[in-house]
Design a protein around this ligand. Structure first.
Ligand code: C2E
Ligand code: MG
Ligand code: MG
Length: 737
């Protein structure tokens, strides 16, 4: 989602901006190029226009040498010598000056001489030129008149006057000419004009290809040509209008102007395009890199937020998120005093066994499947969270106790169907503790703690059930806490003691004893190991407690020759690394024969067929210990591990014995267990035998050994000696029977 959000948000605006910027840049460059070229063209036009004026003047100036000359005054003015005119005007101007035509006009502006190229022609040829030359001839006459006036006023005699000339571009018979008119004047004053109006030499030079070629080369103009239609001018062409002396349009001079901007663009356009392309590529890469970084930032932020609030395995809210939602619900309680909030604490039954048995991968798979099933049962208003391992919790906002119970029922129901895991089919259940919160000021941590206490009760009651928190539970938990501390002290102070309960054979002969740990609390008095052993297991004291009882049993056993001693070993203790080593160290230190000892383990230890447990039990057996299965019938009672593990005895749980003679089924079960033990060549002992009837039924069923109050309660080590020594024991036992 953040990825799409980012693209939509930044990509298009950025792309549009980039394209727009590029377009503006290109337009700017093109406009600059255009402007550059226009300025250059205008300048070129100005230069060419000047140049043309210059060349026109220059062309006219070629006549000065022939017209402003004492000889010319003598031969054209004082008298007219056609031979002189032919040689010095017609031929000379054609050959040396490059003129196409030349005329000599007399004082009355009548043609007295005409030449076409070098050759003299009839003076009448001037008629065609007369209209086109009228203006320049008139200009020359005006200058002449003005000069005469000035000379009359102040000019010093003998001073050489400047030439009087006029020139123009004009069309004559459809052809363009540079026309000039030059007044015939003396140069050194050796000759004097005969009248006030001197003759005029008129010349015409065709503005044709040779001229254009020369002009073009001089000004480095390409494709120079003349046309007579001004409107036809191409905008990209440079052009200047050609005008007559009096300013009338005659024709247009066109050429291909220099285009420095375009040339520059042509030269640098390629590299610039490549640079722009590279820059765009770099920008795009940068953008992608940056947006990639931004995306990954957004993603990692989202991931971090998710991690902070959600459990990575199931995707469910985690404890922090749960706490937040609980705070929310409690907030609501503060405003609405009628409302109640249910907090459920959920634990999967038998999860640990499956996890231990099949490994973490299967365990994780189970958690995911279970979480999915439980979540499916919850409503959208419930917050279902995972706290860790197989612990889950629910905040059920605005729920009555009945609704909370209904939800718990649905959750338990959802867990009854089997789970199909990688390797097999597993049945697990769930236990739920619920607390109803009515007071918004309750600490959320306290609410969770109460639900946990109710959960402990639900599990203690056998699991696959739910239990509401009651205020007494709190007291029980507090008691448990203080007992933990006291037990630690008692162990450290060595104030625990051992009791031994006799085990007798079918003839009433004591064959062994079971070692049972005793704790007399300074305030609470005697506390049952059934209560404090699990506490020791939970708070990490079991190894210490276990080794203490084993050591004491080893020591006390020395007092009774020939008696087997049964020692209870907790599953958790047996699984602790180093247990076998610690026991074998005790064996050598206290110099006892392990063959005299029977370790009582429970079925739970064997479930899972864990190779390490196998190994531990095998090593214990190899040391010489025998193994008995305690409380048989209450757990899984599976035959398979009886064969697989080195068990030599089973101990029928006292709950079956208590029901003997009362519940027929108990008799049947006990009978079946004894037959099974026989079949498997296992010894069998019944515990908790309190009555002679129970003893007789067991004897009838073929149970070889019994243990129970019928013969003796657990007693001190010294009392065991006494019991053995007293011949009355047998009688007492019999009498009790
Ligand atoms: P358990 O191993 O099944 O021990 C037998 C329990 O039944 C003992 O309770 C014993 O006092 C009681 N009992 C014996 N005969 C009768 C009878 O005729 N009627 C009745 N109602 N009860 C009888 P205790 O000593 O309270 O021990 C309870 C459990 O605590 C034991 O059950 C055993 O699991 C555990 N335990 C006791 N001592 C130790 C120990 O040193 N280490 C470990 N790990 N566990 C111990
Ligand atoms: Mg036992
Ligand atoms: Mg037992």
């Amino acid at each position: 989602m953040p990825k799409r959000f980012l693209k939509a948000d930044f990509f298009w605006p950025l792309a549009i901006l980039a394209v727009f910027t590029m377009a503006v840049l290109v337009a700017l460059v093109l406009s600059l190029v255009h402007q550059f070229d226009s300025v250059s063209r205008e300048r070129e036009q100005a230069v060419v226009a000047n140049g043309l004026t210059g060349i026109t003047g220059e062309v006219a100036h070629r006549v000065v040498a022939q017209a402003v000359w004492d000889e010319a005054v003598r031969n054209l003015d004082n008298r007219f010598d056609p031979v002189w005119a032919s040689e010095n005007i017609g031929q000379f101007l054609s050959q040396t000056g490059g003129f196409d035509t030349s005329f000599v006009l007399d004082a009355k502006d009548r043609a007295i001489y005409a030449a076409d190229g070098p050759g003299t022609v009839d003076a009448g040829a001037f008629a065609a030129f007369a209209p086109a030359t009228a203006a320049i001839v008139e200009s020359v006459r005006a200058q002449e008149a003005a000069r005469a006036l000035n000379t009359a006023r102040r000019s010093a005699p003998g001073k050489i006057p400047g030439p009087i000339q006029a020139s123009s571009i004009a069309k004559v018979e459809g052809r363009l000419y540079i026309l000039s008119a030059t007044l015939v004047q003396p140069d050194f004053g050796h000759a004097r004009p005969k009248g006030p109006r001197a003759p005029i030499v008129v010349t015409g030079m065709l503005l044709g290809q040779p001229f254009l070629k020369m002009f073009g080369e001089r000004f480095m103009l390409r494709d120079l040509h003349v046309h007579g239609d001004d409107s036809r001018s191409d905008k990209r062409q440079a052009h200047i209008p050609l005008r007559t002396h009096s300013g009338d349009y005659v024709a247009t001079l066109d050429w291909q102007p220099q285009t420095p901007g375009r040339t520059m663009l042509d030269q640098i356009g390629g590299p610039v395009l490549i640079i722009v392309a590279l820059l765009s590529l770099a920008a795009l890469t940068l953008y992608r890199r940056a947006s990639g970084m931004a995306q990954s930032l957004v993603a990692s932020e989202a991931r971090a937020t998710h991690l902070a609030y959600f459990d990575p395995l199931t995707g469910l809210p985690n404890r922090a998120r749960f706490q937040e939602r609980l705070d929310h619900a409690l907030d609501h309680l503060r405003r609405d005093h009628q409302a109640t909030v249910a907090v459920h604490s959920i634990d999967l039954d038998r999860f640990k066994e499956i996890n231990d048995l099949h490994g973490h991968q299967v365990g994780d798979q189970l958690i995911k499947l279970a979480a999915r099933r439980l979540a499916a049962v919850c409503r959208s208003t419930d917050t279902f969270a995972r706290f860790g391992a197989d612990e889950f919790a629910i905040v059920q906002a605005n729920a009555t106790a009945a609704q909370a119970a209904a939800l718990a029922d649905r959750l338990i129901e959802a867990m009854t169907a089997p789970f199909y895991l990688e390797t097999n089919r597993s049945f697990i259940g769930c236990s739920i503790g619920i607390t109803m919160v009515t007071d918004g000021d309750v600490d959320p941590g306290e609410a969770i703690r109460q639900a946990d206490m109710a959960l402990t009760r639900a599990r203690a009651d056998g699991g696959s059930r739910f239990c509401f928190f009651e205020i007494e539970m709190d007291a029980a938990v507090k008691t448990r806490r203080s007992l933990e501390i006291d037990l630690r002290e008692a162990l450290a102070a060595g104030s625990l003691d051992m009791a031994y309960q006799p085990q007798v054979n079918h003839r009433g002969v004591m064959t062994g004893v079971e070692a049972l740990v005793r704790w007399r609390h300074p305030v609470r008095g005697p506390i049952s190991p059934a209560f404090f052993v699990p506490i020791a297991e939970e708070c990490g004291l079991i190894s210490e407690l276990g080794l203490f009882t084993i050591a004491r049993a080893f020591q006390d056993s020395r007092r009774w020759k020939g008696l087997k001693v049964a020692i209870n070993v907790s599953a958790i203790q047996l699984r602790t690394p180093g247990f076998v080593t610690a026991v074998s160290t005790l064996v050598s230190r206290l110099r006892v024969d392990p063959r005299r000892f029977e370790l009582e383990i429970t079925e739970g230890l064997l479930v899972g067929d864990d190779p390490e447990t196998h190994d531990t039990l095998k090593r214990l057996r190899d040391l010489g210990f025998s193994l008995a299965l305690d409380d048989f019938g209450t757990g899984y009672s599976s035959l398979s591990y009886l064969k697989r593990f080195p068990i030599s005895k089973i101990k029928i749980d006292r709950s079956f014995i208590a029901s003997l003679g009362i519940d027929e089924e108990a008799d049947a079960v006990v009978g079946a267990i004894i037959r099974l033990a026989r079949a498997l060549k296992l010894n069998v002992i019944a515990e908790g035998v309190e009555t002679s009837d129970q003893r007789d039924r067991l004897a009838a069923a073929g149970c070889s050994e019994i243990q129970g109050y019928l013969f003796s309660k657990p007693v001190s080590a010294a009392d065991i000696e006494a019991l053995r020594a007293a011949p009355a024991f047998m009688r007492t036992a019999r009498a009790a029977a």
